[in-house]
Design a protein around this ligand. Structure first.
Ligand code: ATP
Ligand code: MG
Ligand code: MG
Length: 548
């Protein structure tokens, strides 16, 4: 649904369009291919592609692949898959590495114009000379090299004549600037490293700030939307575009998405994968898009979540419940209902005709009439969830108890008259009679009962594996760790419990990715590990506190 008021980014865009400062809305989503995308990226994707869509503009997918040491083709492929799965299609696909030659030409231009110099300070000294927030920096002793000398050195750097880390190219701006990013930022570093696309063609690689704005400029981006950490990089972004005299996009910052009970930095997610705390990037407990997909989230639920949380200028942390509610809300509308029994107990209907199986009609989705109905086998030998029965129960217990009655969903009202116990006194079988006048859909008996429970017919039920996933971390903010601890100390030891369950036979036909509501329990998706036996992942329980 359209929002009543525009957010601050849309207002800025409207103002620029009205003033003729931008010719249209041209955005990009610029991931670094050094990991899988997570829910924070999903927010940025929805924002960038969403703006292009609503303004009838254009959005590029650009791989910000300027750091050869951490980037891999596997990530490039997963990112494309995830963007498409979310429901977006880029207008153009680019790689920052395609601009290496142009960036280098611009670097020579800055050198020739006296705006950049080759510096021989090593990384540590460069940091020392930069100064601090309270102390101005000190000029590098190499700052006053002539353009000719700098050009010659730069060409040698490019030709591979110096070892990794020996020299840098730096913009000559202002070592006393209150903004540390303007204290002669490094543009190029020497790295004899293999790049996933350019191979060994380059041994100097551009820094983020030198590559990013210029890549935006080359593509004709008009609004370069990024997260708040880049707010104090904006003066540098602007300085490069202005000094080069090239197309100048407008950078606008918004608050990144943070969420409770999770970590979102790719470095930490990589650590979880590498150290096998989870089973890969797409483990259903991961906040990655591929993890959420395998968990059973729908693209629509993620897009709705992104719209719902909106964009802000100040950092905050979103309660993960909002994400969970978003998928609940969507699956409630679209997921077919099925009956599945966990932790079963046998229920025998003593007045049911021996051997008779009757097909009863069950509604697929009460929220969606077009979903129709299915037939479910009913017999005298059933299974129900053991927590739906108590031999003795308080008055308010509306499930089944000895001497009580309950409706079997889509079936009949039954009365419990006795139980069978084992030697140690545990109930092993519930004995009931059914009331033939009370068949669902044709009940004219006038009988009313308080509770309805689900069931399966023991003979026809299919045994399935269920992976009950819970939050990966046990605390709201895993980043806050005590003395000598890390976020790993906050892993939730119960984030996965595996059980078997008994499902109505209709489910045997389902395929990986199919999502269902298991009546009265929660939402579940068929996992790709399914073989002979189906495997279901729990997406979310029906309600926050479940088991009712
Ligand atoms: P990380 O810190 O997890 O490595 P990153 O920002 O370095 O993330 P990029 O691949 O550079 O990851 O991100 C691509 C785009 O996604 C950037 O425009 C970035 O601003 C945006 N983005 C990344 N994380 C978030 C987040 N948590 N919320 C919103 N946008 C994000
Ligand atoms: Mg980044
Ligand atoms: Mg990063």
């Amino acid at each position: 649904a359209p929002r009543a008021t525009k957010n601050f980014i849309e207002q800025a865009i409207d103002a620029d369009l009205a003033a003729g400062k931008a010719a249209g809305v041209f955005t990009r989503f610029p991931p670094e291919p050094n990991g899988y995308l997570h829910i924070g990226h999903a927010k940025s994707i929805c924002l960038n592609f969403g703006l292009a869509k609503s303004y009838d503009g254009t959005c590029n997918l650009r791989f910000d692949d300027t750091n050869p040491s951490k980037e891999e083709t596997e990530y490039v492929e997963s990112i494309q898959e995830d963007v498409r799965w979310l429901g977006f299609q880029w207008d153009n696909l680019h790689y920052a590495s395609d601009y290496f030659e142009q960036l280098y030409q611009w670097a020579e231009q800055l050198v020739q114009d006296g705006h950049a110099y080759v510096c021989d300070l090593d990384a540590e000294k460069t940091r020392e000379y930069r100064g601090t927030l309270t102390q101005p920096g000190t000029n590098s002793p190499y700052r006053d090299r002539t353009p000719e000398e700098n050009l010659e050195l730069l060409r040698k750097m490019k030709a591979g004549e110096f070892p990794t880390g020996a020299r840098t190219l730096r913009a000559k701006i202002d070592m006393a600037s209150p903004n540390l990013n303007l204290r002669d930022p490094v543009m190029y570093r020497i790295m004899h490293a293999h790049h996933h696309r350019t191979g060994d063609q380059w041994c100097i690689y551009p820094m983020y700030d030198w590559a990013h704005g210029q890549s935006d400029s080359i593509e004709g981006i008009t609004f370069s939307i990024c997260t708040l950490e880049f707010e104090n990089h904006r003066p540098l972004y602007d300085w490069y575009c202005r000094t080069l005299g090239i197309h100048h996009p407008r950078q606008i910052e918004f608050a990144r998405l943070n969420m409770t009970y999770t970590v979102m930095s790719k470095r930490k997610l990589l650590q979880l994968v590498k150290e096998k705390h989870v089973n890969g990037w797409d483990d259903p407990r991961m906040p990655t898009i591929s993890g959420l997909r395998r968990r059973g989230y729908t693209p629509e639920s993620i897009r709705n979540f992104a719209t719902d949380v909106g964009v802000a200028k100040f950092n905050s942390t979103i309660d993960v419940i909002r994400l969970e509610n978003s998928v609940r809300e969507h699956l409630n509308r679209v997921a077919p209902r099925r009956m599945v029994v966990f932790d079963p107990i046998k229920l025998t209907i003593t007045n049911w005709p021996e051997g008779k199986v009757e097909m009863v009609e069950a509604t697929n989705n009460p929220e969606d009439e077009s979903a129709g109905t299915r037939m479910v086998p009913f017999s005298g030998s059933l299974l129900i969830g053991s927590d739906d029965f108590r031999e003795e129960a308080p008055r308010k217990f509306f499930r089944l108890k000895k001497g009580g009655a309950v409706r079997l969903r889509s079936g009949y009202i039954i009365d419990c008259h006795d139980v069978v116990k084992d030697a140690s006194g545990n109930v092993t079988e519930i004995l009931c009679t059914y009331d033939p006048e009370t068949k669902s859909g044709q009940d004219e008996s006038g009988r009313k009962v308080k509770g309805t429970i689900h069931w399966v017919s023991a003979e026809q039920a299919v045994k399935v594996e269920v992976r009950n996933y819970d939050r990966l971390f046990a605390v709201e903010n895993p980043e806050v760790a005590g003395e000598g601890q890390t976020f790993l100390d906050h892993l939730n030891p119960d984030s996965l419990t595996v059980t078997e369950a008994f499902a109505e036979p209709e489910l045997a036909e389902s395929k990986p990715g199919d999502r269902f509501q298991f009546e009265r329990l929660g939402y579940y998706v068929v996992d790709r590990d399914s073989g002979e036996q189906l495997v279901f992942n729990r997406v979310v329980p029906l309600r926050d506190s479940w088991g009712k």
